[in-house]
Design a protein around this ligand. Structure first.
Ligand code: CP3
Length: 354
């Protein structure tokens, strides 16, 4: 066994969990469930512990990170924990001046727009993120058999924040660089692939049982542009962590036309938003990959019988899949009723009990 260290210590109970089995496309006792953004503002216990602490500061406080990560596991009985952090944490850790503004998102003080700006994107080492290693160590001890999912932002989505300087609807400066200066663009994405790969390695070494690469905004691209200008960098991230053998999940919003390529980039599990039914998504992705998704998050605002009916549709579309992890098609929204989420987990578990 020539796997890098860090993974040999993973308990066999974790290895045999429904979530990791589904990632590996093995038979499961029930369809596993977790929610993107399950840790956060929909939970009163989250709002309480975060009171007076800025988002980025909270990500650097290991005990708080561990507590917030555990909250949705305790409350909803989800099948996996996702590490509480943010996609811009590694950028902050290498010295990029940025903040997460409430109700806005990540804002970059000096956007990255020229070749000279690339020099600010230095390599990330484990010493840059000691709080991540520490929090993950606490969590793997406390979680028992429940797997911990590590995550990072994919090169395109990180580039969009860096180039635009903040959230963007149309990604116009990002695309201007991608189309107008392909060499600079390729070098920027390659730098980000190095940083992201290093950040995921830290998390896997610290005990993450699976990782998700969030390319949230890559659905803005046509397939040919994705293949040419983005896929090589995302593939590099996946290749970097391939030797660990932990499942690699790849997700983006509005990626119906990109699902096949996102699998090809090197994912073991492809995340699907609510726009493409899972049976159709499986045709687009092809064999050999599990799928994750894909209830429209907004359905949670409808009455319980409607939630159950729409959930049933997702489960029916997933019936023929090799591996299915139930999730929302995007993240939990702050205004969602946490009890509706708890009920949803239980509904999926009972409906799929084998
Ligand atoms: O999923 C989880 O529960 C783990 C925590 C997590 C956060 N951000 C915490 C967070 C994860 C996985 C992320 C990833 C992330 N961050 C993504 C990819 C996921 C996606 O939604 O597509 C993106 C695009 C970001 C960037 C970002 N950070 C945004 C758009 C925001 C929201 C800004 C706002 O206030 O509306 C953030 C801040 C953020 N990250 C919050 C949380 C809980 C809210 C800030 C707070 O609680 O004060």
């Amino acid at each position: 066994n020539d796997r890098p260290t860090g993974q040999q210590t993973k308990s066999s109970a974790t290895h045999e969990s429904a979530f990791l089995k589904a990632c590996r496309r093995e038979p499961v006792p029930h369809t596993p469930v977790w929610f993107m953004r399950q840790a956060g503002r929909s939970l009163p216990e989250y709002l309480k512990v975060r009171e007076g602490i800025a988002m980025l500061d909270s990500c650097m406080m290991p005990e708080l990170v561990a507590e917030i990560t555990l909250q949705p596991v305790r409350r909803h009985k989800v099948d996996a924990a996702i590490f509480f952090s943010d996609i811009v944490v590694p950028l902050k850790a290498i010295g990029i001046d940025l903040d997460i503004k409430p109700g806005v998102g990540p804002v970059i003080a000096e956007p990255v727009r020229t070749r000279a700006d690339l020099a600010r994107l230095r390599d990330l080492t484990p010493e840059d993120v000691p709080y991540v290693t520490e929090a993950m160590g606490m969590l793997t001890a406390e979680l028992g058999a429940t797997p911990l999912i590590g995550f990072a932002g994919a090169p395109f989505t990180l580039a969009s924040y860096l180039v635009e300087g903040g959230p963007s609807r149309n990604h116009e400066r990002t695309k201007a660089m991608m189309y107008g200066d392909p060499e600079l663009w390729a070098d920027l994405l390659d730098r980000l692939a190095e940083i992201t790969g290093a950040f995921l390695k830290v998390q896997i070494e610290a005990g993450a049982s699976a990782v998700q690469l969030f390319d949230s905004w890559v659905g803005a691209l046509a397939p040919a542009d994705y293949r040419r200008s983005v896929m090589p960098a995302s593939a590099k991230v996946f290749d970097t962590i391939a030797p660990y053998g932990v499942p690699r999940i790849h997700f983006g919003v509005g990626t119906g036309e990109l699902l096949g390529l996102m699998g090809e980039a090197g994912a073991d599990v492809v995340g699907v938003d609510w726009r493409v039914p899972l049976d159709e998504a499986a045709r687009r992705v092809g064999p050999g990959k599990a799928l994750q998704g894909n209830l429209d998050p907004a359905v949670l605002f409808a009455p319980t019988p409607v939630v159950e009916e729409k959930t049933r549709e997702v489960l029916d579309a997933a019936a023929g899949l090799e591996g299915h992890i139930f999730n929302l098609g995007h993240g939990v929204m702050p205004s969602m009723d946490p009890d509706a989420l708890t009920r949803l987990v239980e509904y999926v578990h009972t409906q799929t009990a084998r």
